[in-house]
Write a protein that binds this ligand. Structure first.
Ligand code: CTP
Ligand code: MG
Length: 220
């Protein structure tokens, strides 16, 4: 009887998610987050799950769409867009997740995993997948500098969850990074990795969208 571990841990937590959807999609060729998968836009898939998993959601959008859709206006970089979102997250939020609109198939379970890791004491939590390729650091003139051990590497996804004050502090001096964990790590905080999900692929190229449309038709 009684509450499960998750709900007991979460007593007193207020969980908000920022969905960043203000990018230009330069590799895709257009703002991919507004392409359709099964009649719904990529961003709508992401926002729907974020709403199920959180107490509140802030959607960060390009200027021409923000007012019409009830979102906030993004910035020139992903990090700047996250900061626009942060400014709209209420001060009583205790945990803040950041999620890419370009990942339509993140599950509610995955949100719960990163949120639970923060409830359990981490400053931040990110989903990670094993890396299949050998990765190299490359220096000037395409010369290989070194090769990290593949067993020590993961490819990280969103949603990424953080203690609210930690994320706000990490963004305080307007740093830039390709994800939020980088900024939090660089401030000396402890970020843990939970199991990522191969289905939670980011739409980066038209090929990724074709894959997502096929998945949503149940053909894979
Ligand atoms: N994003 C954003 N604001 C920016 C840049 C990116 O909100 N100034 C969002 C994108 O909309 C996307 C997520 O951050 O949901 C991840 O970024 P990415 O996949 O790199 O998307 P884009 O930056 O739009 O694509 P590209 O890098 O190919 O231009
Ligand atoms: Mg980008």
């Amino acid at each position: 009887m009684g509450m499960n571990t998750v709900s007991r841990q979460r007593v007193g937590e207020k969980i908000w998610t920022i969905v960043v959807a203000a990018g230009s999609g330069s590799r895709f060729g257009s703002p991919k987050q507004f392409s359709l998968i099964n009649e719904r836009r990529v961003v709508d898939w992401a926002v729907e799950t974020a709403r199920l998993a959180s107490d509140g959601v802030v959607v960060v959008l390009p200027a021409d769409q923000a007012t019409r859709e009830g979102g906030v206006v993004g910035g020139a970089t992903r990090s700047a867009s996250v900061r626009s979102g942060l400014a709209a997250v209420p001060n009583d939020a205790t945990i803040i997740c950041v999620h890419d609109a370009a990942r339509p198939f993140a599950s509610e379970f995955l949100f719960d995993e990163v949120i639970d890791a923060v409830c359990a004491g981490a400053d931040g939590a990110v989903p990670g997948l094993p890396v299949v390729d050998t990765i190299k650091f490359v220096g000037e003139n395409n010369v290989v500098v070194s090769t990290p051990n593949r067993r020590d590497l993961v490819a990280v996804q969103t949603p990424q969850a953080f203690r609210a004050k930690t994320l706000r502090q990490a963004h305080a001096h307007n740093p830039e990074g390709t994800d939020d964990s980088t900024l939090v790590e660089n401030n000396g905080f402890r970020v843990v990795v939970v199991n990522g999900d191969p289905l939670n692929r980011k739409i980066t190229t038209p090929e990724d969208l074709n894959w997502a449309r096929t998945i949503s038709r149940g053909e894979v």
